[in-house]
Design a protein around this ligand. Structure first.
Ligand SMILES: C[S@@+](CC[C@H](N)C(=O)[O-])C[C@H]1O[C@@H](n2cnc3c(N)ncnc32)[C@H](O)[C@@H]1O
Length: 261
């Protein structure tokens, strides 16, 4: 199945040129050292991933990761013995991840370029669909969610991270890009769509997530917000987080759900 480049032009161009964490890794691109540094960097900046994903619980399970990026999490599924399927919108992500797995002599069940809004898999086949920081970048987030739910078997799990709109990162972005530039009428959503990674990036409130999930055959187990390294970079973040209750204003929102039988 080919990618509709026109539909995805904002996300495709941006992510094909910016594979997640590749700039921060440093070192000779695509070398063993580069990937080792990338892994260290990713989990030092986003340690919440380990507790959220619980990689080793999925030994022997059939896992789909949508939006693998440079493959840091995808690598963990395979190391932990999952039957791991991965997709990403861009060639660059699939190439980097393929190269990375080869370096370690690891083989996925499948890794391919595909759109998470039109997954190339039949209904009800995965034990887990996992997607960290991806479906808020695609034009139709709800369609992507519907697809992730569709391919999971009844009783299987869905674990997704999306951006939290009512977060320090959002408010600070609004301060910088709307208020300080004399455009205070801009909404948080407008600012994020214009000035956060690819054009059209979205962020949600927990209520919006609940409404979106309620339209699909899933039961939410838990919604949690994580105060991230990105929030901590905001001036006076310590003060704001004490006033508002630290995690409530975290940039990442993790959702764990189970597909209803
Ligand atoms: C912020 S990166 C996250 C990558 C990885 N999950 C991680 O945490 O390092 C977003 C990724 O989502 C991918 N992506 C965006 N839209 C997509 C879509 N419609 N289908 C599949 N992947 C998509 C991008 O190509 C990019 O690799």
């Amino acid at each position: 199945m080919s990618i509709d480049r026109n539909y995805h032009r904002e996300g495709y161009d941006y992510w094909n040129n910016t594979v997640c964490c590749s700039k921060e890794a440093g070192g000779e691109p695509l070398s063993a050292e580069y990937f080792a540094r990338m892994e260290e960097y990713k989990y030092s900046q986003e340690p919440e991933i380990q507790a959220f994903a619980q990689f080793s619980r999925y030994h022997g399970k059939k896992v789909l990761e949508a939006g693998v990026g440079a493959g840091t999490d995808f690598l963990q599924w395979i190391r932990c013995g999952a039957e791991a399927y991965g997709v990403d919108l861009t060639e660059a992500a699939v190439e980097q991840t393929t190269r990375r797995l080869k370096l370690y002599g690891l083989a996925p069940a499948e890794l391919r370029q595909a759109d998470c809004e039109a997954l190339p898999y039949p209904d009800d086949i995965f034990d887990l669909a996992y997607s960290w920081g991806v479906i808020h970048h695609t034009p139709d987030t709800e369609k992507a969610l519907a697809e992730l739910v569709r391919v999971v078997r009844p009783g299987g799990e869905i674990k997704i991270m999306v951006y939290n709109r009512h977060s320090l990162v959002s408010f600070y972005r609004w301060w910088q890009m709307a208020f300080k530039k004399g455009r205070p009428w801009m909404t948080l959503s407008e600012v994020l769509a214009e000035h956060m990674e690819n054009k059209g990036t979205r962020a949600f409130t927990a209520g919006e997530v609940e409404t979106m999930f309620s339209r699909h055959p899933v039961k939410i187990k838990r919604i949690e917000k994580f105060l991230t390294c990105y929030d901590r970079k905001v001036p006076m973040s310590g003060l704001w987080s004490r006033i508002t209750g630290a995690n409530n204003i975290g940039w990442f929102m993790g959702i764990r759900a189970v597909k209803i039988k």
